[in-house]
Structures are given as structure tokens and as C-alpha cells.
Design a protein around this ligand. Structure first.
Ligand SMILES: NC(=O)c1ccc[n+]([C@@H]2O[C@H](COP(=O)([O-])OP(=O)(O)OC[C@H]3O[C@@H](n4cnc5c(N)ncnc54)[C@H](O)[C@@H]3O)[C@@H](O)[C@H]2O)c1
Length: 437
């Protein structure tokens, strides 16, 4: 039996390729010849592939010089007409005005801040990459709105150092209002790279260009209430710990605060971080609950309302956009100059962090009741357990520091603010998008 098996083992597994046993000499010669043929064949194949790759490679279609730009979409910028628009948009038109580069200008907060600065007579230049995290047509509509008030939004990415350097070459910005970021807590589980790209790499790139600019601008930038993470002590104060982020989004904002410290320490950049608490209002963000609840209630779709363990209430310190804008402008106006020049620190510079909230958290179920009254439609409520995907149970701001240092005093309650949001929503979506512009 075992003999039979060993005989069977000698038969090649592919029938038909079985060859008679040959003398060792012939066998070796044949093997040598066939190896040579194989080698020649594969060498030709390899050479052929290299030639194909060489002639079809994008190097005949040159890559941008700066390696950091390789991952970026190509945007059109530069040229005399473009520079003229950049200069005109950034021109200061009031006494004691400032010139501000607003990143994320086609975003929700960026649009409102840019418009408010322009109204005061400040010079404003926007920068945005118009990504499709949410409907880009809303960003385009905001762009059109700003365009009408004389604000030009340059289309580009904050990771594009050549573009940023060019902007600082054309305009000596006194301030940067940095709002460009990958926002949203849950999306971080889907696309973590976008948070690293915009909130960490992009922020560092911006600071690198700012530190080398002469004069260096003062920078005000958006952090987030999410840095308080799993803290249970309320209201949240700037002195509280921020080392327990509940989402990658929160972790990148916390990283931003540490990065800000470094650039302030080494290069003398004046940096102010603003921890916004759930901002809402007209021209808002479609990925936020107040916005998609409105859409779904009107469509008759059921909405998911989260509750914490043991029927615990989920609440947010909803802050109306006009109050946030006032806080941003006050932060710009009180920002001291950066102290460095040409990449060298000359003395200590200002480093600040402020909560910008409303100080009155409202349960999400109350938000829905207000929307029901304003929309005159009953919501189909679907109560669900708060998933552990980044959302926290509540947020509540202590704003005494911003009150003292910035004169920040929010004045819009949720009922009043939502009324303005709903009016805008109905005119934008039902009355035709153009009518709302
Ligand atoms: N809205 C809120 O409730 C809230 C709360 C806390 C913090 N924040 C922060 O405030 C800032 C503004 O938020 P928003 O609500 O206006 O968000 P938004 O998404 O409407 O605006 C951000 C804008 O930045 C742009 N952008 C993103 N990555 C970019 C990049 N790499 N280069 C150039 N542009 C880029 C986007 O296209 C978008 O238009 C963000 O930093 C956000 O994290 C917002």
C-alpha cells in the first residue's frame, strides 16, 4: 500500500505533462535551454512594461513641484487678473480697519464672519477648497452671497503652501481667521484621513506660512467644545481638563490647541483659539441635527432622538450664529500683534483660548418641539440609545472668560434663533435657492 502511494506521488499532478524519464545529461541540457528561453521572454516582457510605463507616465504631464501638493486637486490661481481681485477684496475701507484672510469662507461660520468684517470696512479675502463633505451647491450659494458684498473666495486648499505664500506676497494680512476644517463628529469613523489632512496637516501648513510672513499676522482659529470630551463637570471652563476626547474630530481640535502653543512659543505667533458650542442659524450646515431634523420633519420622515443611559437627557448649548460672529470679531479686535519676523521670535506673544457658547443647554427633544411649532408639522420621533460614535451626552459653556476679555454676551435664545433659521430654510429650499441669495 505504501509502495503504491509513493508511486502515485511521483506522477505530476497535471496529467498530460508527464514526461518519460530521460538521461541526466539530456535532462540537464533541456532544463538549461528552457530556463534561458524563459529568462529571455521575461526580460522582454519587463523591458516592454518599463517602456509602456515611461511613455504613459504622468511625468510627461508634470507633477507640481511641491510634493505636499501631490495629494491636492489642482486649482487655478495666479495671474494679473486674479491678483487684482485678491488685492481689491483685501483692501481696507475704514479707519483702523484690518485685513483678514478667512479660511473656510464658503463654510457656515466663515460666510457670516466674512460678511460681518466686510460690512465694517475691513479687508477680507476668503479661501476654501469647496469640498463635498456636504452639498457643495450650498457653499457656492454662500460664495455668490459674499461675492455680491465684495468678498472674493480663492479656491484652494490650506495644505497648498505655494498658494498661501503667494497670498501673503500679494497682501500683508494683519489677521488670519482660520475656520477651514473637516467638521462633524460621526464622519470621522468613515473618513479619518480628511480630519488629519485639514485639521492637523493643513493647520500646520498655515502656521508655517504665517510664521515666515513679514509681518506675521495674528491668528484667531476655531477649536471646538468637543475638546471637553467625556468630562462630567459642568459648566465647561477653559481651565478644565481636555485630555479625554470622544471622537477623532475632538482629538484633532485638541491637537490643534497644542500645535498653537508650539508656534506661539517658538515663533512668537499671536494665537487665539475659540471653542465654539453647537452653532446654528441661517445658511447652516446640513450635517447638523437642527438642519436635518427640519428637512426630515417636513418630508414626514422619522427622526432619531438620542437618549443617554437610564433615559438620560442629551442636551446641547446651542449658540446662535450672530453671537458667534460677535465673539470672532471681538477676538480679532483684541488680538495683539505677533512678535516674530522672518521666522524668528522677538519676544513673548499672546496665546488665548475662549469658550464661545450660550450658557443654557437645551435638551434635543425640546429643540424638536420648537421645530414642530415653527414648521407646524408633528415630528415622527424615534427615541434611540446614544451610540458610542463620538457624540457626548451634553455640552454647557462657562463663558465668563470671554465675557471679561472679549465683552462677549450672547443674546439669542434657541426659540428666536430657530425662527430665523426656519425662515431662511423655507425660503432657500421651497422658494428656490436663488430667491434666498
Ligand atoms: N458649526 C459648529 O457648530 C462648530 C462647532 C465647533 C467648532 N466648529 C469649527 O468652526 C469652523 C467652521 O465650522 P463650520 O460649521 O462653518 O463648518 P463648514 O464645514 O461649514 O466650514 C468649513 C469650510 O472649510 C472648508 N475646508 C475644509 N477643509 C479645507 C481645506 N483643507 N482647505 C480649504 N478649505 C477647507 C470647507 O469646504 C468648508 O467650506 C470649523 O473649524 C469647525 O470645526 C464649528
Amino acid at each position: 500500500m505504501s509502495k503504491q502511494m509513493s508511486h502515485l506521488d511521483n506522477i505530476p499532478s497535471t496529467p498530460g505533462k508527464f514526461k518519460m524519464d530521460k538521461s541526466p545529461y539530456i535532462h540537464n541540457r533541456l532544463r538549461w535551454h528552457s530556463s534561458l528561453a524563459k529568462l529571455t521572454f521575461w526580460s522582454f516582457m519587463f523591458l516592454g512594461l518599463i517602456l509602456i510605463f515611461f511613455f504613459r507616465s504622468p511625468s510627461s504631464n508634470p507633477l507640481p513641484q511641491d510634493p505636499s501638493r501631490r495629494s491636492l486637486r489642482t486649482y487655478n490661481w495666479g495671474g494679473p487678473a486674479w491678483e487684482k481681485r485678491v488685492r481689491s477684496s483685501s483692501r481696507i475701507r475704514s479707519r483702523n480697519g484690518i485685513s483678514v484672510l478667512v479660511t473656510g469662507a464658503a463654510g457656515f461660520v466663515g460666510t457670516h464672519v466674512s460678511a460681518a468684517l466686510k460690512r465694517r470696512g475691513d479687508g477680507v479675502l476668503g479661501l476654501d477648497n469647496f469640498n463635498d463633505y456636504y452639498d457643495p451647491s450650498l457653499k457656492r450659494a454662500r460664495q455668490a452671497l459674499l461675492e455680491r458684498s465684495g468678498v472674493f473666495i480663492v479656491e484652494g486648499d490650506i495644505n497648498d503652501s505655494a498658494l498661501l505664500r503667494k497670498l501673503f506676497e500679494v497682501v500683508a494680512f494683519t489677521h488670519v481667521m482660520h475656520l477651514a476644517a473637516q467638521a462633524g463628529v460621526r464622519y470621522a469613523m468613515e473618513n479619518p484621513g480628511s480630519y488629519v489632512h485639514s485639521n492637523i496637516a493643513g493647520f500646520v501648513n498655515l502656521l508655517e506660512v504665517c510664521k515666515s510672513a513679514n509681518p506675521q499676522p495674528a491668528i484667531v482659529w476655531a477649536s471646538s467644545s468637543s475638546v471637553y470630551g467625556l468630562n462630567t463637570k459642568v459648566p465647561f471652563s477653559e481651565r478644565d481638563r481636555t485630555d479625554q476626547p470622544a471622537s477623532l474630530y475632538a482629538a484633532t481640535k485638541k491637537a490643534g490647541e497644542e500645535i498653537a502653543h508650539t508656534y506661539n512659543h517658538i515663533y512668537g505667533l499671536s494665537l487665539t483659539g475659540l471653542r465654539f458650542f453647537t452653532v446654528y442659524g441661517p445658511w447652516g450646515r446640513p450635517d447638523m441635527a437642527y438642519f436635518f431634523f427640519t428637512r426630515d420633519i417636513l418630508k414626514g420622515k422619522s427622526i432619531s432622538i438620542f437618549e443617554a443611559a437610564n433615559h438620560g437627557t442629551v442636551a446641547r448649548d446651542f449658540t446662535y450664529i450672530d453671537d458667534i460672529v460677535k465673539g470672532c470679531l471681538a477676538a480679532l479686535d483684541t488680538a495683539e500683534k505677533s512678535t516674530g519676523s522672518g521666522g524668528k521670535k522677538k519676544g513673548p506673544a499672546q496665546l488665548r483660548v475662549f469658550n464661545l457658547g450660550n450658557t443654557s443647554p437645551v435638551p434635543v427633544s425640546d429643540l424638536v418641539s420648537i421645530l414642530e411649532r415653527l414648521l407646524k408639522v408633528n415630528a415622527k420621533r424615534n427615541i434611540m440609545k446614544l451610540p458610542r460614535n463620538g457624540d457626548v451626552q451634553f455640552t454647557h459653556a462657562n463663558i465668563s472668560l470671554a465675557q471679561r476679555e472679549l465683552g462677549y454676551k450672547p443674546s439669542t435664545d434657541l426659540q428666536t434663533g430657530l425662527k430665523k433659521f426656519v425662515r431662511w430654510y423655507l425660503s432657500y429650499y421651497s422658494g428656490g435657492k436663488k430667491a434666498a441669495g
